[in-house]
Design a protein around this ligand. Structure first.
Ligand SMILES: C[S@@+](CC[C@H](N)C(=O)[O-])C[C@H]1O[C@@H](n2cnc3c(N)ncnc32)[C@H](O)[C@@H]1O
Ligand SMILES: [Zn+2]
Ligand SMILES: [Zn+2]
Length: 720
C-alpha cells in the first residue's frame, strides 16, 4: 500500500496526452483484484474538507449524503483497469470512456454522473425525487455564461429594489440580519416568555481569542456589549443589570413568576410567536454595527405584512403541509403544520417576489432552470429555522445543519438578495455556486497525489458539454446524458444496455430524503423548473422510495431496484456501490436483496467516506468515516469475494489495516460495518452452505474479539 501512496501517483506525467481509451469493464477488474484504497482515501479525505470547492458542479443546491467525487472517479477507473497500478494511472491521467454506458439508479446530486461524464462515458441517472433530478440537471447541463448573467440581471431588475427597501434602517443603512426570538406564553400566568437560553446573541466563533460579544438587555431591549472573558452579568447604559442566562434551560422555560414549563407544552400545538429584537447594519464605510430594533424597523416589518397580503396572487408562495415523519416530527410537535410557517411575512414577500421574477423570466430554459435552483438553494438560509453563527465564520447557520427539521428559538432573518457582506444570499450564491459550477463544468479539476501531498490538477477530465435528455431513445451524438425522475425499479433502458451500474443507495434508516426535500419542493412547484417537474403534487414522498427502518421493507424496495439493474446490465458488466450500515439487519437485507436480484458480491473495499453519523443499535449515534464499496457481478460470473467466513474476516481486517497505516482514521462503527458486510456477503455466494445465523455469529464473534479496538473515542478524529 505504501508503494501506491508514493510510487504510483506522480506518474501521470508519463502519459502526457493521457487519452488512453478504456471502454471495457475488465474481468476481474482492479476493484476486485487490487484496488488502491489507501491512496484514494487520502484524496477523498482532502476532498471532504471542502466538497463544494472541489466538486462545485454537484453543489449548486443542497442534497443530503453527497458522496465524494474522488471515490467515484476511482470506482470508474478501477472498473476498466486490471490492477492497482493501472487503476492509479487511469485515475491520475485522462482516460477516455467514450461509448461505455454508466448508470446510477440512486443518483442524488449526481456525483457518479459527473465523474463518468468527465471521462466521456454515456450516463444515465435516475432518482425518485424531483429535487434530486433538478440538482443533477444543473451538474450536467451546459449554460451560456452571457445568457446566465443577463438572466440574473433581469431578475435583479425585477425585484432587488423592493427587497432592499425592506431591509434598511432609519438611518438608511442596509440591514444584513434581523435577530428574532421565539415567544411562548406561560400556561399558568400568561406571561410572555422570550425563549432565550442566553441573552448573548452574537459572539465570535473563537470566543477565547475574541471575547467581545453582544447581548440584549431583557429590561429595556437595548443592545449591550459584553466581554465574555470578564463579564458575568449584563449592565446596560440605563443601569439595568441581569444575568447572561435567559429563561430557557434545556427543554424548559421559566416565566417571570417562576413557573417552570416544558416549551412544547407551553406552545400547546401552535408555533411560537416571534419578536424582533436586534439587527446588524452595514454603514456606508463598510463597518458593521449591532443595533436594537426601533419604531422604524417595526413599521417596516408591518409594511412587509401588508405587501404580502396585497401581492399574494402574483407571488410564488410555498404550498403544502408537513407530513408526519422522522425528520418532520419535531417541527410538528412545535406546531408547524404548513411549509409557509417556516417563514415570516417579510421572507414570504421577498422570496415570493424573487421566485415570481424567475418564474416569469424570459430566458434560455437552462439558464432559467439554473436560477430556479439557485433560488431554491437560497431558501435554506432564509427561513425561521436558521440561526446566527456569529462573527468569524459564515454568519448563517442553515436549517439543515441537523438532519431533522429542528425549530429555532432564536432565528436569524437574513437579507435574501444580500449585500457583498452577506452569506447564503441570492447574489452571493450566484457567484459561489452557479459561476463556480459553470467554470468547473468547462474546465474540471481533480485531486491527485504529488508524492504524499494532495494537489489540484486541471486537464485530467473532459469538459461537461453534452445535452441532457429525458428518454433513452434520445441518447445520441451530442446528447450523452439521460436524467430521469422516477422509481428505478422500472426503467426505459433496454435489456443488457449498461456496462456499469455505479451508485450509492440509501442506507437503511438513515436520511429521509423526501421529508426534507419537500421544504424546497413546496416552492419549486410554483416555478416548474423543467418540463415534467411535478407541478401539483404536494409532497415528493413516494411509496417506492427506498427508505425504511424495517429491514423487510428496505430489503423489498432495494431488491426491486437491483432486479432492474440486473436486467439492464450486460453479462460482463459490473455493479459497484458504496454502503455503510450500523445494524446487522441492514447488511442482511441488502445481501439477500442482491442475491434474489441475481447478483453475487465479488469484492468489498472499505474506503474513506464523507463524515456522517449513524445510529447504533443502542440508539446512540456515532460518527462514521468509512464506506464499503460493494462490487457485484451477475451470478455465475467472476469469483465470489470470499470462500469462507474466516476468509471474509481476514480480507476485511487486512483492508482496514492498510487504511489505518495510510493514516485514515476510523471508529468502531466503521470496523463493525466493514466486517459485517464482508461476512454477510457470503449470502450472495452460490457455493455458500452456511445459514444466515452462522454468518451473523461469525461476524459478531470477530467483532467481540476485537473489543478493545471498539472504543469509539479511541480512533475517531472528528472533523465536522
Ligand atoms: C444516498 S442518496 C444518493 C446520494 C448521491 N450519491 C450523492 O452523492 O448525492 C440515495 C438517493 O436514492 C434516491 N432513491 C430512493 N429510492 C429510490 C428509488 N426507488 N428509485 C430511484 N431513486 C431512489 C433518493 O431520493 C436519494 O437521492
Ligand atoms: Zn407563569
Ligand atoms: Zn436596559
Amino acid at each position: 500500500m505504501d508503494l501506491q501512496l508514493n510510487g504510483l501517483w506522480g506518474q501521470q506525467s508519463l502519459f502526457p496526452a493521457g487519452t488512453r481509451s478504456l471502454r471495457r469493464v475488465l474481468l476481474p477488474c482492479a476493484l476486485e483484484s487490487d484496488f488502491p484504497a489507501a491512496a484514494i482515501s487520502r484524496l477523498a479525505e482532502h476532498e471532504s474538507w471542502r466538497k463544494e470547492v472541489h466538486r462545485p458542479a454537484t453543489h449548486t443546491h443542497k442534497w443530503w449524503a453527497q458522496r465524494l467525487g474522488t471515490v467515484f472517479r476511482a470506482i470508474l477507473t478501477a472498473a476498466v483497469t486490471g490492477d492497482a497500478k493501472a487503476a492509479g494511472t487511469a485515475y491520475a491521467s485522462r482516460p477516455d470512456l467514450e461509448g461505455l454506458v454508466v448508470y446510477d439508479p440512486f443518483a442524488g446530486s449526481g456525483t457518479t454522473l459527473v465523474e463518468a461524464a468527465k471521462l466521456r462515458a454515456t450516463i444515465v441517472g435516475r432518482d425518485i425525487n424531483p429535487v434530486a433530478t433538478l440538482v443533477q440537471r444543473q451538474a450536467l447541463q451546459p449554460w451560456n455564461e452571457e445568457r446566465l448573467r443577463a438572466a440574473y440581471r433581469s431578475v435583479e431588475q425585477a425585484c432587488r429594489k423592493q427587497i432592499d427597501a425592506l431591509h434598511v434602517s432609519a438611518a438608511g443603512d442596509a440591514v444584513l440580519y434581523y435577530f428574532w426570538v421565539a415567544v411562548a406564553s406561560c400556561p399558568r400566568c400568561d406571561d410572555q416568555v422570550d425563549l432565550f437560553s442566553s441573552y448573548v446573541f452574537a459572539r465570535h466563533a473563537y470566543p477565547r481569542r475574541y471575547p467581545a460579544a453582544q447581548a440584549t438587555c431583557p429590561s429595556c431591549r437595548c443592545v449591550v456589549g459584553v466581554d465574555l472573558s470578564t463579564d458575568d452579568r449584563i449592565r446596560c447604559r440605563k443601569g439595568h443589570e441581569s444575568p447572561l442566562d435567559g429563561p430557557v434551560r434545556g427543554q424548559y422555560m421559566t416565566c417571570s413568576c417562576g413557573h417552570r414549563t416544558r416549551v412544547v407544552d407551553a406552545l400547546a400545538g401552535s408555533p411560537p410567536g416571534y419578536r424582533m429584537y436586534a439587527k446588524l447594519v452595514v454603514r456606508p464605510d463598510g463597518t458593521k454595527a449591532y443595533e436594537a430594533v426601533d419604531e422604524f424597523d417595526t413599521r417596516l416589518f408591518e409594511q412587509a405584512e401588508r405587501l404580502l397580503a396585497q401581492g399574494s396572487g402574483s407571488l410564488v408562495q410555498p404550498v403544502g403541509n408537513l407530513d408526519d415523519g422522522i425528520n418532520t416530527r419535531q417541527a410538528i410537535r412545535w406546531g408547524y403544520r404548513r411549509w409557509e410557517q417556516f417563514f415570516n411575512a417579510r421572507q414570504l414577500y421577498c422570496l415570493g417576489l424573487l421566485g415570481a421574477a424567475i418564474r416569469d423570466l424570459d430566458a434560455g430554459a437552462a439558464e432559467r432552470e439554473a436560477l430556479t435552483t439557485l433560488f431554491s438553494g437560497t431558501l435554506e438560509f432564509n427561513n425561521l429555522f436558521c440561526s446566527y453563527k456569529g462573527e468569524g465564520t459564515g454568519a448563517v447557520r442553515h436549517m439543515f445543519s441537523h438532519h431533522i427539521l429542528k425549530p429555532e428559538r432564536v432565528p436569524l432573518e437574513a437579507h435574501p438578495w444580500g449585500t457583498p457582506y452577506s452569506s447564503g444570499a441570492f447574489s452571493t450564491l450566484f457567484e459561489s455556486r452557479l459561476l463556480r459550477a459553470h467554470a468547473y463544468k468547462n474546465n474540471p479539476h481533480d485531486i491527485v497525489l504529488e508524492g504524499d501531498r494532495p494537489v489540484r490538477r486541471f486537464s485530467l477530465s473532459y469538459p461537461l458539454s453534452g445535452r441532457v435528455v429525458q428518454r433513452w431513445e434520445d441518447i445520441g451524438p451530442g446528447a450523452t446524458a439521460q436524467v430521469v425522475c422516477g422509481d428505478s425499479a422500472s426503467t426505459d433502458l433496454p435489456d443488457e444496455s449498461v456496462d456499469l451500474v455505479v451508485t450509492d443507495p440509501p442506507f437503511m434508516d438513515n436520511v429521509h430524503y423526501s421529508e426534507l426535500a419537500d421544504f424546497f419542493h413546496a416552492w419549486l412547484t410554483g416555478i416548474v423548473p423543467f418540463a415534467g417537474y411535478p407541478d401539483s403534487a404536494v409532497s415528493t414522498r413516494d411509496p417506492q422510495e427506498v427508505q425504511s427502518a424495517s429491514a423487510e421493507a428496505f430489503g423489498a424496495a432495494i431488491e426491486a431496484v437491483w432486479k432492474e439493474c440486473c436486467r439492464v446490465l450486460r453479462p460482463e458488466g459490473l455493479l459497484a456501490f458504496t454502503f455503510h450500515q450500523a445494524r446487522i439487519a441492514g447488511w442482511t437485507a441488502l445481501m439477500l436483496a442482491l442475491r434474489n436480484a441475481g447478483f453475487q458480491a465479488t469484492a468489498i473495499q472499505p474506503i474513506k467516506a464523507e463524515m456522517s453519523t449513524s445510529v447504533t443499535k443502542s440508539g446512540a449515534s456515532e460518527p462514521s468515516n468509512l464506506d464499503s464499496i460493494i462490487v457485484c457481478r451477475k451470478l455465475g460470473i467472476g469469483t465470489p469475494f470470499a470462500a469462507s467466513p474466516s476468509d471474509a474476516t481476514g480480507k476485511a481486517l487486512r483492508h482496514l489495516d492498510a487504511l489505518r497505516r495510510a493514516g485514515i482514521a476510523f471508529g468502531a462503527g466503521d470496523v463493525a460495518s466493514v466486517v459485517r458486510g464482508s461476512v454477510l456477503s457470503l449470502l450472495t455466494s452460490p457455493d455458500c452452505q452456511l445459514h444466515l445465523r452462522d454468518l451473523v455469529e461469525v461476524s459478531e464473534r470477530t467483532l467481540a474479539q476485537m473489543a478493545p479496538e471498539r472504543d469509539p473515542s479511541k480512533d475517531i478524529r472528528s472533523h465536522r
